[in-house]
Structures are given as structure tokens and as C-alpha cells.
Design a protein around this ligand. Structure first.
Ligand SMILES: Nc1ncnc2c1ncn2[C@@H]1O[C@H](COP(=O)(O)OP(=O)(O)OP(=O)(O)O)[C@@H](O)[C@H]1O
Length: 226
């Protein structure tokens, strides 16, 4: 396997809080990695730096041959659209659009026609068990439904990397495991790399590797058997 994503000594402050302080890791193409660690240790900040949502103020982020931290906002947004699927803790869906439209819009950005995108969106909502949600707006969805729709949106574009921040946090454990299973099955079928932030050991155990973050840096990397 070849390295796909790398943080080299990444640091980032929010005001006086040093959220990341010299975080380094390497993730290979096709790997499923869980980032775990105590609350406030910097897991989400690291995920946001790896996915180009935030730019570190020290160190480097590499995606393939690209220095992600040196790209401007437009280039990072394009890369996120074209290569990444992102599942936020609270869905991150566009409130004015229906669930079906939320899934379809990135497909249209990717070049599909309206009808084709709408059909594919319904198919993905079906796969994540959210067919009923298609005509609803995010404000009318439960937490679990929101996460299903967010997952459908992230997977539909066929991303190279899926970044997920507590993707099953709003679901009870059986539903959470089912959704996680769907993410991992889809990812392994397509060789998609998955970077998953979780505080739940049961979820981390599904990953190929667990990376533990403490005090803004990578504390240890442990191989977790599948
Ligand atoms: N936008 C922000 N503004 C100010 N401080 C922030 C911001 N984002 C994160 N922080 C701070 O940076 C530190 C790391 O936060 P981060 O969310 O990355 O941790 P985490 O490990 O993901 O936590 P949790 O498991 O509770 O979500 C914390 O002290 C947090 O309060």
C-alpha cells in the first residue's frame, strides 16, 4: 500500500488553545483508520486538517502528491468536492434542500444531469435505509435519519476518502453498527480510504488500525485485527 494521507508535525491553535501540537500520522490508500482519544484531545481538529476544512498553522498535510495546507480555499473546496466524502457529527446537510436534493447536488457538481442525479440519490437513500426521508428537509429528520442521509451523500460521489466525525453518534448501538457496516462494506468494495473519529471502542474495533490522539498529538498507533 502507498501513503495517501499524511500529517507531519501539524499544529493549530484556536485563540490560546493549542488544539494540535505536532500531530503526525500516515494513512495508506484503502485503509480504514479510527482516530480515538479523550474528549478535547484534538481528534476533530486533526480530521478537519486532514480533510482540508481547516489549515494547520504549523507542519504539513499531504494528500497524494499535493500539499493540502498550501492550497487556497477554492482549491481545497474543489478537492473536497471531487475526492472526499465528509460525514459531520451533526449531518452538515443544507437546510433548505430536501434529503434527496442534498444527496443529488454533489452528483450534479460532479457532472450528472438532474434526472440521473435524482435517481442515484434515491438509490443511495435506499441503501442506507432512508427512503422515507427523500422528500423531507433536514429540520424534519431525526438525528439518526440525518446521519443516514449524510452518509448517503458522502458515499454517492464515489470518493477516494471518507472522513467521518462520530458518524454513528446519534444512533443506538445496533443501528450504529449497521450503518458503520454499510460504510465499511462500501469502502472495502471500492478501495475507499476511511478516516473515522470516534470515542467508542466498539466502533474503533471495526477499523484496520486505531490511532490514539492525546493532548493534540498522536499518542500511539495500534493495529486492531478485523
Ligand atoms: N472552533 C474552535 N474554537 C475554539 N476552540 C476550539 C475550536 N475547535 C476546537 N477547539 C478546542 O480545541 C481543543 C480540541 O478540540 P477537538 O474538537 O479537536 O477535540 P476532540 O478530541 O474532537 O473532542 P470531542 O471528542 O469532545 O469532540 C479543545 O480544547 C476545544 O475546546
Amino acid at each position: 500500500m502507498s501513503p495517501l494521507l499524511q500529517a507531519r508535525d501539524a499544529g493549530l491553535s484556536f485563540g490560546r488553545t493549542r488544539a494540535l501540537r505536532g500531530a503526525s500520522l500516515t494513512i495508506d490508500a484503502g485503509e480504514v483508520v479510527a482516530i480515538s482519544g479523550p474528549s478535547g484531545s484534538g481528534k476533530s481538529t486533526l480530521l478537519h486538517c486532514l480533510s482540508g476544512i481547516l489549515v494547520p498553522d504549523a507542519g504539513e498535510i499531504h494528500y497524494g502528491g499535493t500539499r493540502l495546507d498550501e492550497l487556497d480555499e477554492d482549491a481545497r473546496a474543489r478537492l473536497r468536492r471531487e475526492a472526499f466524502g465528509i460525514v459531520f457529527q451533526f449531518g452538515g446537510l443544507v437546510p433548505e434542500l430536501t434529503a434527496a436534493e442534498n444527496v443529488a447536488v454533489p452528483l450534479m457538481f460532479g457532472g450528472l444531469g438532474r434526472a440521473e442525479a435524482a435517481g442515484a440519490a434515491l438509490e443511495w437513500l435506499g441503501r442506507v435505509g432512508a427512503d422515507d426521508c427523500a422528500p423531507l428537509r433536514p429540520g424534519d429528520l431525526s438525528g439518526g435519519q440525518t446521519q443516514r442521509v449524510a452518509l448517503a451523500r458522502a458515499l454517492a460521489t464515489g470518493p477516494k476518502v471518507v472522513f467521518a466525525d462520530e458518524p454513528t453518534g446519534a444512533l443506538d448501538s445496533a443501528a450504529g453498527e449497521q450503518l458503520l457496516g454499510l460504510l465499511l462494506t462500501t469502502a472495502r468494495e471500492h478501495g475507499t480510504t476511511v478516516v473515522l473519529v470516534t470515542h467508542d471502542n466498539r466502533i474503533a474495533a471495526f477499523a484496520d488500525r486505531e490511532i490514539v490522539v492525546r493532548d493534540g498529538a498522536v499518542a500511539e498507533a495500534a493495529e486492531v485485527s478485523r
